[in-house]
Design a protein around this ligand. Structure first.
Ligand code: BGC
Length: 672
């Protein structure tokens, strides 16, 4: 579970805004007794005595129900009918999303909260298998139907590389690997599988895709971006969104096995100084507008063209102003200029990083264009604050009605009003969760995401030809037998974790299955070599991380210390054994890391990024008949100390340029 959420687990209710305002980072929250001072009291003194808002009378509600529950009618008409009978309270609660650990079935019935999320690693208290999720999600969804107006509950999850929180899900390569694959048709296939595995547990909404353009891989979210180039992101994200949402057009209704997408995090992600997560893009507002015009908006345009139903602002700031409170970017550019008709959902407790008291944060963000507030712990306070601010005239009724209409539109379009909770269709999909067929799509994605960086000459043959002669293979390194490492962050838990955290095929298992008819395969964690080995495959890279925990100093962009020792040990042993096996290096990492010293020493080098659960995709290419087709979506430097000036460096400083990749016959691939 996220650190931020541990607070609730301890049963402490805090006011975070003061802390956020002082430290600026959501992750820095600590528990301290003087943080419980609420800013609400100050504002209450300023406002008029609240008026009582009456619920619409029963006959009016019955008449409205005839319209909004009629699935034959157009979405807009249903939204209008429902909105016309909602009280201020009902509207305000539609605008909030709480974390599932902080929302009980009774809370849903009593407040009519609009949405619930599971943040990274937030599984139901009784278990993390699909059936546990289905039970938890559906008990909350069923509770919403018992409220006065029966407005269904929207459940959101971070299905960022498969339905990755749930044990046994099919886990795909992280986005940077899909950026290397650079295949829009593959993105559609993936979206289709993800949507079905998400729908199988009753969830209708995924906070994906991430449209970041990582420019500085010190950033811990580099792997969540497809590419450093905006055009690549647009090319891949558009088809992904379309397929995830079942190719829904205009105000149509989505098909049953589609999921609401979320283009995130708007905007400027990847451009912060020194790659700091949630940091500042140091440009004036006018300079930033120029950057937008030069392509930074294109991924968002592509998603909007494909009818993306939600957008999440970024934690980062532009010229010191947080995106969440930036009316120019959220309303003028996103909603008006780009014509985005869906809902804007704030990021996890992100409004707490904006300036002012809690009331000011809510007012400023809502007036800037936020429609739904992801307030993990403070959802109830947030709804009450919206009510108070509307009564005080600090948020207009029109703004609130616009926000609620956008939320309801998403709910109607995704069939939430027309579907049974735990429908037969959901149960059908449940049977396919983590199926062989779904895993085949992920395996293909792994194959396509691999980038061959070196294919050296060995005894007059290219390494990738020579490898076919293998009879005795030693696979080295803990990463070769570690599903957690090959999946990276956002897998089962928020940060991810090394070890056998879920079902899948480790890299060494995939190699064994591929070559077992003709070669012996052994695995050595520390690189103890069999003198008879003719091929050595060494797997090195990073340990899992997510968000700010992945931010590093330039000098830390390198293989983990255990892997560095492994590389040294292998070198010594080769000398001691006096033989000369074919040496292949496989890197599993969310970003380029310093492998300079080893590129010369290895005959072949493969960047595998974070491939996910289907490790046999690597063996398919390395030892099977598939060729390498992936190319780098990100520039790879020689000297990571120079990373902060990356884009100003001469070619001589680049180890592998953007777009680089070879095939088995040594040709340089062309990235299109
Ligand atoms: C991340 C988002 C994510 C949200 C919900 C935030 O910390 O920035 O990408 O969707 O948490 O888990």
């Amino acid at each position: 579970m996220k650190k931020k959420k541990l607070i609730k687990a301890l049963g402490v209710v805090l006011t975070y805004s003061l802390l956020f305002a002082s430290c600026g980072k959501a992750e820095d929250v600590s528990i301290s007794s003087d943080t419980s001072v609420s800013s609400t009291a100050e504002v209450l003194e300023e406002v008029d005595e609240p008026e009582t808002v009456e619920a619409a009378d029963e006959p009016a509600v019955e008449a409205a129900k005839k319209i909004y529950l009629d699935k034959e009618l157009p979405v807009a008409q249903r939204v209008e009918a429902l909105l016309s009978v909602m009280t201020l309270e009902e509207k305000a609660y539609q605008c909030v999303q709480g974390e599932q650990v902080n929302v009980s079935v009774e809370d849903v019935k009593n407040t009519g909260i609009g949405s619930v999320l599971s943040g990274g690693g937030s599984a139901p208290s009784y278990g993390n298998h699909p059936e546990h999720w289905q039970k938890r999600v559906n008990e909350l969804k069923a509770a919403a139907l018992e409220t006065r107006l029966g407005i269904p509950l929207l459940y959101g999850i971070d299905a960022v590389h498969g339905n990755n929180n749930i044990y046994g899900a099919t886990i795909f390569p992280h986005n940077i690997g899909l950026g290397a694959a650079n295949d829009p048709e593959l993105m559609e296939e993936i979206a289709h599988v993800v949507a079905r595995e998400v729908r199988a547990i009753g969830v209708q909404y995924s906070f994906a895709p991430c449209l970041a353009n990582p420019q500085n891989e010190r950033w811990g979210r580099t792997y969540e971006g497809f590419s450093e180039k905006t055009a690549d992101v647009a090319k891949l994200a558009g088809p992904f969104v379309a397929a995830l949402q079942g190719n829904v057009k205009g105000d149509e209704y989505m098909p049953e096995d589609a999921v609401i997408a979320c283009a995130k995090h708007y905007i400027g992600e990847g451009y912060t100084t020194e790659g700091v997560n949630q940091g500042n893009v140091e440009m004036s507002a006018a300079e930033f507008d120029e950057l937008l015009a030069m392509g930074v908006l294109d991924p968002y345009k592509a998603c909007i063209d494909n009818n993306v139903l939600t957008v999440m602002p970024s934690y980062n700031s532009i010229d010191g102003l947080k995106c969440h409170e930036n009316k120019h970017l959220l309303t003028d550019v996103l909603k008006e200029q780009l014509g985005f008709k869906g809902m804007v959902i704030s990021d996890y407790n992100a409004i707490g990083q904006c300036k002012g008291t809690y009331d000011e944060e809510v007012a400023n963000c809502m007036n800037a264009g936020v429609d739904m507030f992801m307030e993990a712990q403070e959802w109830d306070r947030c709804a009450q604050t919206i009510i108070k601010l509307v009564k005080a005239g600090k948020i207009s009724e029109e703004r609130l009605d616009d926000a609620v209409s956008r939320i309801l539109r998403v709910k109607f379009m995704s069939n939430m009003f027309d579907e049974e909770v735990g429908s037969a269709h959901e149960n059908e999909l449940f049977g396919e969760f983590g199926s062989e067929e779904n895993r085949e799509v992920a395996r293909r994605a792994v194959r396509e995401s691999l980038v061959l960086l070196k294919n050296g000459n060995v005894d007059g043959k290219l390494a990738m030809e020579k490898i076919k002669e293998a009879t005795n293979i030693t696979v080295c390194g803990s990463g070769a037998f570690d599903i957690g490492r090959q999946c990276g962050g956002w897998t089962i838990s928020w940060q991810g974790e090394a070890g056998n955290i879920t079902l899948g095929t480790p890299i060494v298992q995939g190699i064994y299955d591929e070559v077992k008819e003709y070669a012996k395969v052994s695995h050595s964690v520390r690189g103890e070599l069999d003198a008879a080995s003719d091929v050595i495959v060494t797997v090195v890279g990073e340990n899992p991380y997510a968000e700010s925990d992945g931010d590093v100093k330039p000098s830390d962009l390198k293989p983990i210390s255990g892997d560095v020792k492994l590389l040294e040990n292998i070198e010594k042993q080769i000398v001691a054994n006096g033989n000369d096996p074919l040496k292949v290096l496989i890197v599993i990492a969310g970003r380029p890391i310093d492998i300079n010293d080893y590129v010369d020493k290895y005959d072949a080098v493969v960047m595998a990024f974070l491939p996910g659960t289907e490790g046999e995709g690597i063996a398919d290419v390395l030892f099977g008949d598939y060729d390498f087709t992936g190319t780098l979506p990100i520039t790879w430097l020689k000297d990571f100390k120079k990373i902060d000036e990356k884009h100003e460096l001469p070619e001589s400083e680049i180890l592998f340029p953007y777009g680089y990749g070879l095939n088995k016959t040594g040709e340089l691939l062309i990235r299109e």
